[in-house]
Ligand binder design. Structure first.
Ligand SMILES: CSCCC(=O)C(=O)COP(=O)(O)O
Ligand SMILES: [Zn+2]
Length: 207
């Protein structure tokens, strides 16, 4: 059962994450969407309303949706166009929070490594953010095509989820990253973006 207290607590957590990502300027041109799980069975989650400037904090920032990404209560607010991606993450993982942002670095990496289908990070301290502690441990980030059909896109992302995958890049679009809760999802997203930024600069220096 969803209680008003659960929704309000999760709302505040997601709003705090949204503020922090906004400070990093990770929502250019109204892009990006965020969600947080409220109940597991049946699945309900708060998701950002579509088309809004996610840098602003308003009482209409999020709405509660059900297991089919439909609003729990009728109203004027539309859930993110990409809500079904969040739904698939909750269906396929134990995630409690899912974050999607468009950055120049994640777009460049998704394009540069698209043909390989993934990018692998090794010998980087920050892969410890993903609990990889071995000296030769590797972090793989799958890359999928940016299908215009969002159900197809969500299926393509879901197909690449396996143990050890904490985020999927969408070619020239952005990344969807997740974690057990808001803290872990943000930690993963920040670590991914650090690694992408490093790799972009490394490629530039090499050329
Ligand atoms: C203006 S960016 C195009 C849509 C998109 O990729 C995105 O992340 C934002 O869509 P939403 O419906 O969640 O506002
Ligand atoms: Zn997007």
């Amino acid at each position: 059962m969803t209680t008003a207290v659960d929704v309000s607590q999760r709302w505040d957590e997601l709003a705090a994450v949204k503020d922090e990502l906004a400070e990093r300027d990770w929502f250019p041109g109204t892009s990006g969407n965020l969600s947080i799980k409220v109940t597991a069975v049946p699945l309900t989650f708060l998701v950002t309303a579509s088309g809004k400037d996610k840098r602003k904090r308003t009482p209409e920032d999020f709405l509660l949706v059900d297991k089919d990404s439909r609003p729990v209560e009728p109203g004027a607010l539309k859930p993110s166009a990409e809500t079904v991606l969040h739904q698939k993450i909750y269906e396929k993982t134990q995630a409690g929070c899912s974050l999607h942002v468009h950055t120049v670095d994640n777009n460049l990496i998704s394009d540069l490594y698209f043909e390989e289908g993934e990018i692998t990070f090794k010998h980087q301290e920050l892969i410890k953010a993903f609990q990889i502690w071995e000296e030769d441990g590797e972090l793989k980030v799958p890359i999928v095509e940016n299908h215009a059909d969002l159900d197809k896109l969500a299926d393509a992302v879901a197909e690449r989820i396996e143990p050890g995958v904490h985020g999927v890049l969408i070619r020239n679009h952005g990344i969807t990253a997740w974690g057990r809760d808001a803290f872990e999802a943000k930690k993963h997203l920040e670590a991914f973006e650090f690694l992408f930024s490093y790799q972009v600069k490394r490629e530039l220096l090499r050329r």
